[in-house]
Ligand binder design. Structure first.
Ligand code: ZN
Length: 116
């Protein structure tokens, strides 16, 4: 086991080429440096994750891809959320406005849902 405790070295992380290009463009749009933009984005993602856990502690993300699969431990069911005619749709509530959709919209993976 190795530990960097006590080291004065600042942490660095590698950014993949395609991510770098997207992040650089977005940072420029917002008038931020890449470092500030990346740090703010990571922090927001961590905070959002914590928020979702307190907002709906009984909902768990199972998987994301073309659709978002959630487990609702309150109703003890697997729920699927996906884009239907350009709107978020929940298979459990058969509608466009419920806790599952609110939860799904809070996930960063929502941006990867297939637009039909
Ligand atoms: Zn629902």
């Amino acid at each position: 086991m190795s530990s960097h405790t006590g080291s004065k070295r600042k942490p660095t992380v590698a950014i993949k080429d395609d991510v770098y290009e997207k992040a650089k463009t977005k940072a420029a749009e917002k008038g931020l440096t890449l470092v500030d933009y990346v740090n703010e984005t990571i922090l927001q993602s961590v905070e959002k994750d914590a928020f979702l856990k307190s907002y709906a502690p009984y909902i768990e993300k199972i998987s994301t891809g073309d659709t978002i699969i959630l487990r609702d431990n309150k109703i003890k069911k697997i729920v699927e959320v996906y884009l239907k005619e350009g709107r978020m749709y929940c298979t459990n509530d058969e509608g466009h406005d419920c806790i599952h959709i609110h939860f799904a919209l809070g996930l960063p993976e929502v941006g990867r849902l297939k637009k039909k």
